[in-house]
Unconditional design. Structure first.
Length: 350
């Protein structure tokens, strides 16, 4: 109909983007069953380290990367949602230092509530991101679901020498983040009708951007560890890095990049539900957090940036590379450093 209002996808989902993830504590209980499977020496990276993707040694000189990621709408526009969800799934491969090869689509759609045309636009957005990555969506699976969701299963490859993990940071490393924080908060504000069009345009631009710099960072030996920051927020994913690496992160809160408008929403206590679930997971692993620090560090990111742990000797090359990728102003600003394991996993400095 001519006067029909545009569909707002976020009205059809309880959670937004990576903010609909299961909490870190619940996830560990789910995957930590008592059954012990025989070890497979071909699996180089499995679920034990909570890394971004599984890595398999195919025996032909290259390692295969396999990952899957999907979520419910984080923005109202179907095409933008498809772009963001695909970029988020592709990020897992980039975070391992790898290159995507092809993808399979994962779609859940409430066919009695939303039109097939809107679902097609989601797929078109996903294909757009895959074209930007130089790959195709080769197939997939769809179901009739009470809530809409979309994502990809991605296969990639990486040379053994270029593989990056989240549990190999070293004391003395500098920490960098390649995208600003705040997409979870802005999504929550948008669902309440508070976020401005300009704020959401900025957030959509960041969330849609591919983390292709990760492939190039894989070639730098001094990049000791890498992960992408998604639903568990910077705090939750940094805890995983510190636990796996047996290190402590000293974080400069005043250096953290933040999207416009986020601080004001935090002052008004606008934040997604996932924030407090992550806070419960990290609270005893950090030095004391103020309310503002909780809302920022635990903000669930959808298609967030790469968290990079790089040696002082490699920093010059790292900085040149991220600037070549057009990431100056965010990715070239150190947010902290790694130290020997202390009493807490994360120590905050202002």
């Amino acid at each position: 109909m001519e006067n029909e209002l545009p569909v707002k996808l976020t009205q059809f989902s309880r959670g937004s983007g990576c903010g609909c993830k299961i909490s870190p504590a619940a996830l560990r209980e789910i995957i930590g069953g008592e059954e012990v499977l025989p070890p497979d020496p071909r699996i180089i990276v499995g679920y034990q380290s909570s890394d971004d993707a599984a890595v398999f040694d195919s025996g032909n000189g290259a390692l295969l990367i396999s990952t899957t990621d999907f979520f419910m709408p984080v923005v109202d526009d179907a095409f933008d949602f498809g772009k963001i969800a695909a970029a988020n799934a592709l990020s897992d491969v980039y975070a391992m230092g790898g290159t995507p090869l092809f993808a399979l689509a994962i779609l859940g759609w409430p066919v009695d509530k939303l039109s097939a045309t809107e679902a097609r636009r989601v797929m078109e957005g996903g294909r757009f991101s895959c074209r930007m990555a130089g790959i195709t969506i080769a197939g997939g699976h769809s179901i009739d679901s009470p809530e809409p969701f979309f994502g990809l299963a991605v296969t990639g490859s990486v040379l053994p020498a270029h593989l990056k993990r989240n549990d190999t940071a070293q004391p003395g490393d500098a920490l960098y983040l390649t995208k600003p924080l705040g997409s979870g908060t802005l999504a929550a504000a948008a669902k309440r009708g508070l976020a401005t069009a300009e704020q959401m345009e900025t957030a959509t631009s960041y969330m849609s951007a591919l983390n292709q710099v990760g492939t190039a960072l894989g070639a730098l030996p001094g990049v000791h560890a890498m992960t992408d920051v998604t639903g568990f927020g910077l705090g939750g994913h940094l805890v995983e890095v510190c636990e796996g690496s047996h290190t402590t992160a000293v974080l400069r809160v005043d250096q953290l990049p933040v999207m416009p408008g986020v601080v004001d929403y935090h002052k008004a206590f606008v934040y997604p539900d996932m924030t407090m679930k992550t806070f419960q997971f990290i609270t005893d692993k950090c030095t004391a957090l103020s309310a503002a620090q909780i809302l920022l560090l635990c903000d669930p990111q959808s298609s967030g940036g790469l968290l990079v742990s790089v040696s002082p000797e490699e920093e010059k090359n790292y900085l040149a590379l991220v600037r070549d990728f057009g990431l100056a102003g965010v990715a070239d600003r150190p947010i902290g450093r790694m130290e020997q394991r202390g009493e807490k996993l994360i120590v905050l400095q202002s």
